[in-house]
Design a protein around this ligand. Structure first.
Ligand SMILES: *Cc1c(COP(=O)(O)O)cnc(C)c1O
Length: 457
């Protein structure tokens, strides 16, 4: 029986040779369709082995075409109604239009990326961004690489390969799966020495672990969790003093990229870390800085020379579009325009203004729908910044029979909407809905509502 079912499964080549197969291959690209067909057929054969008879050829082709067209359509813009401002899975920081435009200009034409226009001599990519970073943070020098993980990897490899690096046990963090401090350390060739305990580490723990094999002290900002209760961490200043005494560099991975202290943003600032004596500070471009993906390193010029000269520097260099966008965003910081950055606008939008947008959205969704109402909610920063801190916000909450299924319909709709599900309600936090997206959001919700009865409150 199982053998019979298996025999009826068509081959990839036969399907590609068929008339509809040929048409689909022309539209979607033959190599891609071939691959999605192969995976659909694998599943069909596995099912056939369990006695499930294979679907018709046109159904197999339709499924393979569906999978191929998902790839062919590329990244889909989505509306973020989750209230998580730096949503890593949705692309973290939204760029200001002018930074995106600068990236586009760098992409579609040649630029003076690595050349001095005056002398015609070779220049360094990222020079302008690095000058801006240094001036904004008061650092001697700066370096821009592909992302913060790369910055840390490069820093450790260039300064502490084959040597021991002291890190508090409370700071052996993981950020989103692939980024784990012990793994980064191992990849750099430096040897991790854990000091202190998970909740309490004192300067004496570092002092006790220091030896002539010590190559650096690393402080990592626990950016996506908070240790609360009976805790202790040495002051940055004390770590800097110890590092200077034992003559090793003091690296500080700050993560979120808050350049200087700001009211309402509870994150360590880069300028503050430098002022407290950190030799190098690493941080991301696409978190609180509000720019493109990038890894920034600021601090001592003599150390940055060693990072620049390391072979790994070339492997983790920034792309020209990143450079162009980062320059623009840093120039906005430098000219008092950081409030215009989408990340900052979202975080700082006054509650009344968010409430107005929630009311407007709710009315347009259908003011008379009993199951839809405006409700208070809490937004968060996300993306490894200010863990546990929430920002009061307003949402449109919709009570439907199956909120999880409704949320799935919103995600797969056009336009696609990501929201939260709380207490069997779909919650659309409008803080992260961009200006101008409200009509699209309303349309998406109305579309998803069709066929789903609201629960009358
Ligand atoms: C986010 C974060 C990183 C990783 O940054 P990427 O730019 O995503 O590579 C590293 N360290 C800390 C402390 C972070 O918060």
């Amino acid at each position: 029986m199982a053998t019979d079912a298996r025999r009826k499964v068509p081959s990839v080549d036969a399907l590609l040779r068929s008339e509809p197969g040929g048409r689909a291959a022309a539209a979607l690209g033959r190599p891609l369709l071939k691959r999605t067909l192969a995976s659909v057929l694998d599943e069909v054969r596995a099912a056939a082995a369990r006695g499930i008879s294979p679907p018709e050829e046109d159904e197999i082709l339709a499924e393979a075409s569906h999978r191929a067209s998902w790839v062919a359509s590329g990244l889909t813009s989505v509306i973020n109604a989750t209230g998580v401002v730096l949503h890593t899975n949705l692309g973290r920081a939204v760029l200001p239009g002018e930074a995106a435009e600068a990236a586009r200009r760098a992409a579609v034409a040649y630029s003076d990326l690595e050349v001095d226009r005056g002398s015609g001599a070779r220049g360094k990519r990222g020079t302008r961004a690095e000058l801006l970073l240094a001036s904004l943070t008061g650092a001697e020098d700066a370096l821009v690489v592909n992302n913060c993980a790369a910055a840390l990897l490069l820093g450790l490899a260039a300064l502490a390969k084959g040597k021991q690096v002291l890190v508090s046990r409370g700071e052996l963090i993981e950020i989103g799966g692939e980024f784990r401090i012990p793994d980064i350390m191992a990849a750099s060739g430096a040897k991790l020495v854990e000091v202190g305990t998970t909740n309490r580490t004192r300067i004496g723990d570092y002092r006790a672990a220091a030896s002539d094999r010590t190559g650096a002290i690393l402080k990592v900002h626990p950016s996506n969790y908070r240790v609360v209760g009976f805790t202790a961490t040495p002051a940055t200043k004390d770590l800097a003093t110890l590092a200077a005494k034992i003559e090793v560099p003091f690296l500080y991975d700050a993560g979120s990229g808050l350049l200087e202290e700001e009211r309402g943003l509870d994150e360590p600032s880069v300028a503050g870390a430098l002022a407290d004596g950190a030799d190098l500070v690493t941080f991301s471009g696409d978190k609180l800085l509000g720019g493109p993906q990038a890894g920034c390193v600021v601090g001592r010029a003599d150390l940055l020379v060693r990072l620049r000269r390391h072979p790994m520097a070339r492997a983790v260099r920034v792309d020209k579009m990143q450079v162009a966008a980062l320059e623009t965003v840093l120039a906005m910081h430098a000219t008092g325009r950081r409030g215009e950055l989408p990340v900052r606008r979202m975080l700082q939008e006054p509650l009344e203004s968010v409430a107005r947008r929630a009311h407007e959205t709710c009315e347009r969704v259908g003011g008379d729908l009993e199951g839809a109402h405006v409700a208070r909610c809490e937004s968060s920063v996300g993306g490894g910044a200010m863990p546990g801190v929430t920002i009061p916000s307003w949402a449109v909450a919709i009570r439907v029979p199956d909120a999880t299924a409704f949320a799935a319909r919103l995600r797969t709709g056009a336009p696609s909407v990501f929201c939260r599900v709380e207490d069997d309600r779909v919650v659309l936090d409008v803080r992260t809905v961009l200006p101008g997206q409200v009509p699209d959001l309303v349309r998406a919700v109305q579309y998803a509502l069709e066929g789903d009865d609201l629960i009358e409150e």
